[in-house]
Design a binder for this molecule. Structure first.
Ligand SMILES: [Zn+2]
Length: 263
């Protein structure tokens, strides 16, 4: 089982070494910005690395919204990041499930997701698996609660789409971790990546505040149980820099009885 961390994008492979990580995730541009990613000078190096690479799309992307001035650029930016992720050999592009505004019909949000996949298909495809991640907050989210996730998958499940399960977001979003993997797989048929994070916010608080695995409001054993059941690669998105994340990775390897695969 491969375990790694979300790291700074400047030198991801050095960051991986600093954490003894098998896997790294990083952004290809400012996560709060709308700039298209630039080609990376280290693309060949990243593509040939032993370390598995995942790319996280900017947070500003919201392909579900009914607001044209957000939705249309979001579609384009998602495709641009997917192409850029493919160029560095990424195994997946993670994007948040998005939401509609208060008073807007969530059904239209799911249909907008379908249109985003159709737009990408008509444009030659994403070129990399797109993994939709569950989110922690909001009352109009496409992938906070599993009832919404089921409707999202009804809309897009015929396309090639994967799922990224964030344990902090699930807990803070109001989904019990106990049995969660089975409930998700009943909807999506798959979990492609686990974001293993503890939560500073309480259960169902709606707060997206990650904590180190042995801190926070989640029993760390529940995170380990989720990882075992998911049987997917793991990325910690926890605080504390290299030391804090290395401790989280070591904790998971000890609990799971796995050793580093990238030596
Ligand atoms: Zn996450």
């Amino acid at each position: 089982m491969r375990i790694g961390a979300h790291v700074d994008s400047a030198d991801p492979l050095t960051e991986a070494t600093a954490r003894a990580a098998d896997t790294v995730q990083f952004f290809l541009s400012d996560p709060q910005g709308w700039k298209a990613p630039k080609p990376r000078a280290d693309a060949d190096w990243l593509r040939s690395a032993e370390v598995d690479i995942y790319v996280h799309a900017p947070y500003v992307i919201n392909v579900a919204t009914l607001n044209n001035r957000i939705r249309i650029p979001s579609r384009k930016l998602l495709l641009a990041h997917a192409r850029a992720a493919a160029a560095v050999g990424a195994r997946g592009l993670i994007v948040h499930g998005g939401h509609v505004s208060a008073g807007d019909d969530l059904a239209t949000g799911f249909d907008n997701w379908r249109k985003a996949f159709e737009y990408a298909a008509e444009s030659g495809g994403f070129g990399v698996p797109v993994l939709i991640e569950n989110t922690a907050g909001g009352n109009n989210a496409c992938a906070r609660r599993l009832d919404a996730l089921a409707r999202l998958w009804d809309a897009i499940g015929d396309h090639e789409v994967g799922f990224c399960l964030d344990t902090c977001h699930a807990h803070a979003g109001g989904e019990e971790l106990l049995g969660l993997v089975d409930r998700i797989k009943a909807i999506t048929g798959r979990i492609d990546l686990v974001h293993a994070n503890n939560s500073k916010g309480a259960f169902n608080s709606g707060q997206d505040r990650h904590d180190n695995l042995t801190g926070g409001t989640i029993d760390p054993e529940q995170v380990v149980t989720v990882i075992r059941a998911a049987d997917a690669p793991v990325v910690v998105e926890t605080p504390g820099g290299a030391d804090g994340q290395a401790a989280d990775i070591t904790f998971l390897r000890d609990q799971l009885g796995v050793s580093v695969t990238n030596t």
